[in-house]
Ligand binder design. Structure first.
Ligand SMILES: C[S@@+](CC[C@H](N)C(=O)[O-])C[C@H]1O[C@@H](n2cnc3c(N)ncnc32)[C@H](O)[C@@H]1O
Length: 374
């Protein structure tokens, strides 16, 4: 976990997030505490969010000052951070467990829109306009991807797209040799709807406080989240409560025929069981046999971790990528399944840091899966 968020060469602002995971990983007492969290509630992530929640709420000195504040630079991480953080977690063990029992880990990283955007480039050129369906939308921040500005940096150059006055600016560092297909203009979104088993109501200040604690404590991520919440509050979008595998057919049926349906899935299907995932793929195949659609996934390989063998979309993964996954820890694999006239095609397109610190494009149609419908 720590290596994934803050690998060698990552900006130093990610060190705090990595250090929080390291303290937990290396401490028997804290691990025993986290072990009280049921496995299906993602113990390391929920533990980290609960600890962050308490730091932001209780403002302990000096710990609070090592966590970022919107409008200020990321504070440097002192050598004694680990000892202070460990002691704080142990001193507040009861509240930590209480906060963990009252919440689910629900991280909304709006930065992932910078990874989705190039995967939408064929759809962005489609005259039909896009109907965005954000699966596992959480607070719905990705539903506004056409309202943000993006900066793709390589060396000293930045390729930007989006309104220069946008309230949310997402910047990411390009890695590798291949340039992602950044659309010249943002896609025209004609319809937007989110689906979530537990949609989050941003008008509730308690919800906003919990979500802010689920965000990695990196100043870019913290600022993006803060700004994106304002955009979402200003533009309420439809959200359907339910299991995506159950409600998707009705949601798609409610979208006007003339729109091109784009399903967005960022860090959602990676948490499905193998059976749920297979059922969902079959469902999308059935929907794609009826109307044109894209399914863009930014998810780690599955099963998550060293034992990964497959991509969420079911597209074959080359051995070199599986080896890289074992070496580097969790990163997002960008893939797209496209259904046009009942024919399916698919490709793994790129790799991305889980919090949008970097993006690496694999090249046009690096790996293509065979169509299932004809
Ligand atoms: C890790 S969060 C990712 C949120 C957001 N997509 C992002 O990348 O910032 C996963 C989200 O998926 C939702 N979720 C999990 N299983 C789901 C399901 N079967 N159907 C719909 N939503 C689901 C959770 O409630 C949570 O909001």
């Amino acid at each position: 976990m720590a290596a994934a968020w803050s690998p060698p060469g990552a900006p130093s602002s990610w060190r705090l997030t990595a250090a929080q995971f390291e303290v937990l990983r290396d401490d028997e007492e804290l691990l025993a505490l986290a072990a009280a969290i049921p496995p299906d509630r993602l113990p390391p992530l929920l533990f980290q969010a609960a600890a962050t929640f308490l730091v932001l709420e209780l403002e302990p000195h000096p710990l609070r000052d090592w966590f970022p504040r919107v409008g200020e630079a990321q504070p440097p991480l002192p050598a004694d951070f680990n000892a202070h953080y460990r002691a704080f977690c142990l001193d507040h063990r009861d509240r930590l467990l209480e906060v963990s029992s009252l919440h689910r880990y629900q991280m909304n990283e709006v930065g992932r829109c910078a990874d989705v955007l190039p995967a939408l480039s064929p759809a962005a050129q489609d005259p039909r306009g896009i109907a965005l369906v954000d699966l596992g939308t959480g607070a719905g921040l990705a539903l506004h991807l056409d309202r943000y500005r993006y900066g793709y940096r390589r060396g000293g150059n930045t390729d930007s797209v989006g309104d220069a006055g946008a309230a949310v600016v997402i910047e990411t560092e390009l890695r590798g040799e291949v340039a992602p297909p950044i659309p010249a203009a943002l896609p025209r979104v004609s319809h937007r709807v989110g689906i979530d088993v537990e949609p989050l109501d941003l008008t509730d200040p308690d919800v906003r406080r919990w979500l802010a604690a689920c965000i990695p404590q990196e100043i870019g991520a913290v600022t993006r989240f803060h700004d994106a919440v304002q955009v979402a509050l200003a533009h309420p979008a439809d959200t359907v409560r339910g299991d995506a595998g159950e409600v998707l057919p009705a949601v798609v049926a409610s979208i006007p025929e003339e729109a091109l349906v784009c399903l967005i899935d960022t860090y959602v299907h990676v948490f499905f069981s193998a059976e749920e995932l297979e059922r969902f793929r079959t469902l999308v195949d059935a929907l794609g046999a009826e109307r044109d659609l894209d399914w863009v996934s930014i998810d780690p390989l599955v099963p998550m971790g060293d034992a990964a063998t497959s991509s969420v979309l079911g597209i074959d993964v080359p051995p070199a990528l599986l080896r890289r996954n074992r070496r580097e820890g969790v990163f997002g694999v960008i893939g797209r399944l496209s259904y046009r006239g009942g024919r399916r095609s698919g490709a793994l397109l790129g790799l991305a840091h889980p919090g949008a610190a970097w993006l690496e494009w694999l090249g046009p149609g690096a790996i293509v899966s065979s169509p299932r419908h004809s």
